[in-house]
Design a protein around this ligand. Structure first.
Ligand SMILES: Cc1ncc(COP(=O)(O)O)c(C=O)c1O
Length: 439
């Protein structure tokens, strides 16, 4: 009998007792290959000695000091490291304890910026359908996952949602990806015009869409078009890289591959690599300067801002990514993963699309490849695949509602950057068996 209110009350979970490298072992002695990094979290793998040592050392030095009284060396060093490697113009990092908190902070930072610079009439956010930005009320409101939002809708701030960049389903016959991207930019322009450009605070988007629709990559030129449009209207661009950032797609920040610099860049998950809960907002200089010259503060805060042990873990993870060479492994391993997925599923009658970047790849399942007809939602194919994968000692991240919050199924893969090609072979082999068993 458990006294934890688990995510699923009627399910019984295995008990994790140890975790090393890319595996987790349960109390029954069964070992699972972590092909999803949990939820795209474990980037340097489990039980990494350098990260554990950094955390131990920090606990012995200062385990906690409230940020209204003190700063700490480790938080300062992490901020310096993140700003040095951030997109051009980034000047400050704001540390919180996870992705949803980071998104909330970014939304408030964006709003306060306009109050500080004398544009308090700006009060609208625009975001995309089929996105996920977190489960707290502000983050849930900008998120576009219809299922997650539905019962909480009366509590959510009003947000305008536009189409996701979903090439597999959005591209019209004969349309080039570039033209599709510009069509989406025009749709966003229409939404801005309807609200009045002078009333919009920010456009919020995941650079590469993650949990809701599975590794949706932006088509060429799309994010650049979005950036130009936002700049033209003085609207901030908030890119949420909680899932796709911190090296997951092959560059430290996914937006580097699109040649786009957001005003606020939101990171978490891989920042702490699962060793500690930590997220951050990386802010461009003009935003922080507006605060500095205005009220002199960011009117926000939590008890665990800049937690020293979390910062120590994140700093050690950064060292492994850069000096330890793990970041450089992602692009070639990602290509290998893609090839293996294509070999296993490229001709599969029920896999309509294989997509993603780096070690962030997904397959979308369809009842009919020719028509792209999804499976009926009720039999919950995604949940069956997860169960079959777990039975085979494989952790993947499947989800339903890929298309509209109700229909569609996909499986997301996000293995740790320490994995080898033979690990990828095992992952794809077990996934193929799980898909076959679930269908
Ligand atoms: C893109 C994105 N933003 C925000 C979040 C929320 O992060 P957290 O679960 O750490 O609150 C997630 C979590 O999956 C995410 O994928």
């Amino acid at each position: 009998m458990t006294h934890i209110l688990h995510r699923q009350i009627r399910h019984t979970l295995p008990v994790a007792v140890s975790a090393h490298g890319i595996t987790i072992t349960d109390a029954a002695g069964k070992t699972y290959l972590d092909a999803s990094g949990g939820a795209a979290v474990s980037c340097v793998g489990h039980g990494h000695p350098a990260v554990l040592a950094a955390m131990h050392a920090q606990i012995d030095r200062v385990a906690y000091a409230h940020t209204s009284f003190f700063t700490t060396e480790v938080a300062e060093q992490l901020a310096e490291q993140l700003v040095r490697t951030a997109p051009e113009g980034t000047s400050h990092a704001y540390f919180v304890s996870g992705g949803s908190e980071a998104v909330e902070a970014a939304l408030k930072m964006a709003r306060q910026y306009f109050v500080e610079i004398g544009q308090p009439q700006r009060r609208h956010f625009i975001a995309r359908r089929q996105s996920y930005h977190g489960n707290t009320l502000g983050a849930l409101a900008v998120g576009g996952n219809a299922w997650r939002r539905r019962q909480f809708a009366p509590l959510l701030i009003e947000v305008t949602h536009v189409s996701p960049c979903y090439e597999y389903r959005g591209l019209e016959p004969g349309e080039t990806p570039e033209a599709y991207g510009q069509r989406l930019v025009a749709e966003l322009a229409g939404a801005i015009d309807r609200l009045g450009g002078e009333n919009v605070i920010a456009f919020v988007a995941e650079t590469v869409g993650g949990a809701t629709s599975g590794a949706l990559t932006p088509v060429p030129g799309y994010l650049q078009g979005v950036r130009e449009l936002c700049t033209r209207h003085g609207i901030l661009l908030i890119l949420d890289e909680v899932m796709c950032g911190m090296g997951r797609t092959g560059t430290l920040h996914a937006c580097a591959q699109d040649g786009v610099v957001p005003d606020l860049l939101v990171i978490a998950k891989g920042l702490g690599g699962g060793y500690q809960p930590i997220g951050a907002v990386l802010a461009q200089r003009p935003i922080v300067e507006a605060f500095a010259q205005g009220s002199g503060m960011f009117q926000h805060g939590h008890t665990y801002l800049g937690h020293p042990v979390a910062c120590a873990a994140a700093l050690a993870v950064q060292r492994e990514l850069h000096e330890g060479g793990l970041l450089a492994r992602v692009a070639p391993l990602g290509q290998a993963l893609r090839q293996k997925l294509v070999a296993a599923f490229g001709e599969h009658p029920h896999v309509g699309d294989i997509r993603g970047r780096g070690l962030f790849q997904a397959i979308e399942l369809v009842a009919d490849r020719a028509t792209k007809q999804p499976f009926e939602p009720a039999p919950r194919l995604h949940a069956r695949i997860k169960a079959e994968a777990m039975a085979r000692g494989l952790m993947v991240y499947p989800m339903g509602g890929t298309i509209d919050g109700q229909q569609g199924d996909h499986v997301l893969l996000a293995p740790p950057f320490i994995c080898t090609e033979s690990d990828l072979d095992a992952i794809v082999e077990r996934l193929a068996a799980a898909v076959t068993a679930a269908l």
